[in-house]
Design a protein around this ligand. Structure first.
Ligand SMILES: [Zn+2]
Length: 89
């Protein structure tokens, strides 16, 4: 599921023009409205709150630690799926 940012003027979904990730938990984007063609917006989104699960050592539901593996490659983020990221879904 992607995250649509709607135009403050006409309320239609805006198009992402450029994007980058200033930190691991934030996304910054330049948006443009292709409907009214007059609105450019600067978006900044990020994780607002983080909660960590705590398990006792006896808990059968405790997730098993993952084996060491190759580091995940940096995601290729297109302008269209910029906001459809694990951080925001
Ligand atoms: Zn608009």
């Amino acid at each position: 599921m992607g995250l649509d940012i709607h135009c403050p003027k006409c309320n239609k979904p805006m198009k992402v023009r450029t994007s980058d990730r200033p930190t691991n938990t934030t996304v910054r984007a330049t948006l443009f409205c292709n409907n009214c063609m007059t609105v450019k917006a600067y978006f900044m989104g990020g994780i607002e709150r983080i909660e960590y699960a705590h398990y006792s050592t006896q808990d059968p539901d405790k997730p098993q630690a993952q084996a060491e593996s190759e580091p995940m490659p940096l995601p290729k983020v297109s302008q269209l799926d910029l906001l459809n990221t694990p951080y925001l879904t």
